[in-house]
Design a protein around this ligand. Structure first.
Ligand SMILES: [Cu+2]
Length: 173
């Protein structure tokens, strides 16, 4: 009984804070929704950022690169299955087709930040600058959210975890 009440209160708190801090960014025909980063340990030197890019235009666009004042180096990455293992690798760019939405999410495309100069804490935000081929330079604020799965935990249960993080994501809106 107590537990139910507690989770209800927590859900309400999440929803309320989500409403207060829902964030999205417009750049030409692009709509960038809810940039977020998974919380990392205080001593971590790397972090990943995720968001969705909806392209409302007739022209495809391309995310070319990103930078952030909190990171010494920023790369565009993808996760791919290789010999039954999930591995990250750098990609040259990330395409956003016309009238389509490109998702950057755990287990897929992401913005990888290396050599962190400061490690943002849960609930904090930090700036990230995205460079698109057509939309140009776009400044977004990335919000740090709860890490709800371990990147190192490997393949099994990955889908369930991704689903869970999606649920969280929706709740935050
Ligand atoms: Cu990565």
């Amino acid at each position: 009984m107590m537990k139910t009440l507690k989770s209800l209160l927590m859900a309400t708190a999440l929803l309320t804070s989500g409403l207060a801090s829902a964030h999205e960014f417009e750049a030409g025909q692009l709509h960038i929704d809810h940039p977020w980063s998974k919380e990392v340990p205080p001593m971590s030197s790397v972090a990943a950022a995720f968001f969705s890019v909806a392209n409302h235009g007739d022209q495809a666009d391309t995310l070319l690169r990103a930078e952030s004042p909190i990171a010494g180096k920023v790369e565009l990455h993808e996760h791919a299955h290789e010999n039954g293992m999930m591995k990250m690798r750098q990609v040259k760019d990330i395409q956003v087709a016309a009238h389509a939405t490109q998702m950057l999410k755990p287990g897929g495309y992401h913005v990888m930040m290396f050599n962190l100069k400061s490690v943002p804490k849960l609930g904090e935000t930090f700036p990230l600058t995205l460079y698109f081929q057509h939309a140009g330079k776009v400044e977004v604020e990335v919000k740090v959210e709860k890490a709800d799965y371990n990147m190192a935990s490997g393949h099994s249960g990955e889908d369930a975890h991704n689903h869970h993080s999606h649920m969280n994501h929706d709740t935050m809106h």
